[in-house]
Write a protein that binds this ligand. Structure first.
Ligand SMILES: Nc1nc2c(ncn2[C@@H]2O[C@H](COP(=O)(O)OP(=O)(O)O)[C@@H](O)[C@H]2O)c(=O)[nH]1
Ligand SMILES: [Mg+2]
Length: 302
């Protein structure tokens, strides 16, 4: 399956819930009127786009139909696509990882898909001929270290680890030294998603970040927050918490294939001001894609 087909396939549930309903409404109305917008509003809100963003979209649609004197309801679909693309377009969504080594830190609550995404990212850069080093910074559970080890074996990356319960900042320190001495292109740091308290977790992330500032000054760094699309509006509040502890450079939105509420990507963009850089559309190793607004909207409406 090609890239676009995987995306389409991954967005199947969302497409069914948003696009098919929109099509039905547009066909049944035939002509543009006030009630049509009420129906559209309801569909958008129930797909987790968020109330505020939905209102903005509906207002814009009303204005554009007036300006362009559109009376055919079916034409509203193109306007909606245009509107969504505008909201989602963040300009550059590519990861900036030019220095050698460069660093990715992956953060987010338990179970969102951090370790799996690291495996997928590592696999991508390995396939580009890069030397990739993983740091097992989730020392909270032994199983987390084992899981990263499996990924390292699978993709042919090296891994730096210590035993369960050790200080993640110490693991990252070792990994930074190893990245320099082994001339790695890319160091990817896993982190814990759960500690005894939220405060501990945030302090730990700050400490890891300081170690990297000190040991790899000037290295390109992406701090990626992983959010699980199936958790809906909860993902937004997680992002707000993590934003206070880290300079997040991008979001990895996982499990879009598992939800009909993929509209969350639109809420994230308009409410958080952090670009979505990667999206997870399945469990296969190549099911993590670069986010592109135009392709996303095309896949949603195709
Ligand atoms: N369907 C689907 N499952 C995913 C995706 N990303 C991660 N997962 C699954 O989510 C679960 C938790 O992932 P894990 O990487 O262990 O989360 P972590 O606790 O944040 O490190 C695993 O079962 C993964 O296979 C995705 O894009 N789609
Ligand atoms: Mg993990």
């Amino acid at each position: 399956m090609g890239f676009f087909d995987r995306l389409k396939d991954g967005l199947q549930k969302t497409r069914k819930s948003i696009t098919e309903k929109i099509d039905q409404v547009l066909v049944s109305f035939g002509k543009v009127d006030e009630e049509l917008f009420d129906e559209l509003e309801e569909i958008l809100i129930t797909s987790d786009i968020g109330i505020e963003t939905t209102m903005r979209i509906i207002e814009d649609l009303k204005e554009k139909t007036r300006e362009r004197k559109i009376i055919d309801a079916l034409k509203v679909k193109d306007l909606l696509k245009e509107e969504l693309e505008e909201i989602l377009d963040t300009g550059e969504s590519a990861l900036k990882l030019d220095s050698k080594p460069s660093v990715i830190i992956v953060i987010g609550v338990n179970g969102v898909g951090k370790t799996t995404s690291i495996g997928k990212i590592a696999n991508y850069y390995k396939s580009q001929g890069k030397k990739v080093l993983l740091a097992a910074g989730d020392t909270f559970r032994a199983a987390a270290i084992d899981q990263l080890e499996i990924w390292a074996d699978r993709v042919g990356a090296e891994i730096i680890e210590q035993k369960e319960g050790s200080d993640p900042a110490a693991v990252v320190f070792d990994a930074a030294q190893a990245a320099k001495s082994r001339k790695a292109d890319l160091l990817i740091c896993d982190t814990a998603g759960r500690l005894h308290t939220k405060k501990n977790l945030m302090e730990e992330l700050k400490k890891v970040s300081r170690v990297l500032d000190r040991e790899l000054p000037g290295a390109d760094r992406e701090t990626l927050l992983v959010l699980d699309a199936t958790t809906g509006q909860n993902a937004i509040s997680q992002a707000k918490t993590f934003k206070e502890a880290a300079d997040i450079t991008g979001i990895v939105l996982t499990k879009l294939d598992g939800t009909a509420k993929g509209g969350i990507v639109i809420a994230i963009k308009s409410e958080l001001d952090i670009p979505v850089k990667l999206i997870g559309v399945g469990e296969q190793i190549d099911d993590l894609q670069k986010f592109n607004a135009k392709e996303f909207v095309e896949a949603l409406f195709s």
